[in-house]
Design a protein around this ligand. Structure first.
Ligand code: R5P
Length: 294
């Protein structure tokens, strides 16, 4: 069955890259706002009998983006689409995976409930799997996790020389990227420890004496949200006189001027995969996703 790509509001750049890599054509679709800010979506050509790949990043405006994906998925099915697959480069709400305080919503479960009831399958990139260890725990539809590790490793290998570069994971959860990228690129890696006090207050530290002096340091994490995790790591490392510090992430959300704050803190460059629209995107994950939709 021929596949058609549908670029939803926050999926345009990724959808264009995916079309380029996969050769799949984009189907005409439109989203706009009514004066009262309600969303209005429309398929501008028939979806009947087609397999659709709805591309939407649940980033920048996650609530709007999620609702648009739900509307687009359910409408496509109602109009007779044969299969509706969500290509969601950044899957929001995955960090709210536990009831931390009494009365809280476990938002990851509710987000999954919405998508379970709107799509036939999901493809996403490195979702934040922490207390939820596997997408199968919350998704009933087939849900595939595409890893960014090979793409990041390839980028790091090309840009930095192994003998003078150290890879840092700013917290235990970043181990899976930092350690693996370090190994693949032939570089040493170290993992810091992090304490989080609130969404905007964290502290990172490391136990062993590490020689940062004169080296290129690449800090790798899955998400840069407010940037505080990276900022604290940058500040700690700067005390030890490295040559330069680079911050690399899968999902560059960069909320609340995080990019400027990171640069002020001493990061030479911030580099992300193209899962969230933004100017730091240098690593193309559409190429990896294209392999999954062949
Ligand atoms: C958390 O566990 C994640 O792996 C990231 O470290 C976190 O989301 C980064 O958030 P922020 O940039 O707000 O410190």
């Amino acid at each position: 069955m021929t596949k058609f790509i549908v670029a939803l509001g926050q999926g345009k750049d990724f959808a264009n890259a995916l079309s380029r890599h996969s050769g799949a054509r984009q189907l005409a679709y439109h989203v706009e706002r009514f004066p009262d800010n309600e969303m209005h979506i429309r398929y501008k050509e028939s979806v009947k009998g087609k397999e659709l790949l709805l591309v939407q990043s649940l980033s920048l405006q996650p609530n709007d983006a999620l609702l648009e994906l739900v509307f687009a998925g359910r409408t496509a099915k109602e109009l007779g689409a044969k299969k509706v697959i969500g290509i969601v480069p950044y899957l929001a709400y995955m960090r709210q995976d536990k009831r931390f305080k009494g009365g809280e919503c476990i938002s990851a479960k509710e987000m999954a409930w919405l998508l379970n009831n709107s799509l036939d399958a999901l493809i996403t990139i490195d979702p934040h799997l922490h207390r939820i260890r596997n997408l199968r725990q919350i998704f009933k539809i087939p849900a595939k996790n595409v890893s960014s590790v090979d793409a990041i490793s390839e980028f790091v290998e090309k840009k930095f020389s192994a003998d003078n570069t150290l890879v840092v994971g700013p917290d235990w959860e970043s181990f899976q990227w930092a350690r693996t990228v370090g190994r693949k690129a032939g570089m040493k890696s170290v993992i810091f420890q992090k304490q989080r006090f609130s969404s905007r207050r964290v502290k990172v530290h490391y136990k062993k004496e590490i020689d940062f002096r004169g080296k290129n340091i690449i800090i790798i994490d899955d998400i840069i949200s407010t940037g505080h995790t990276m900022i604290e790591a940058v500040k700690e490392i700067r005390k030890k006189k490295p040559k330069a510090i680079y911050c690399v992430c899968v999902h560059g959300i960069l909320a609340e001027n995080a990019l400027q704050k990171l640069k002020r803190a001493g990061a030479k460059q911030v580099i992300s995969c193209n899962t969230v629209p933004g100017i730091t995107n240098k690593i193309d994950m559409a190429k990896e996703v294209a392999k999954e939709i062949k």
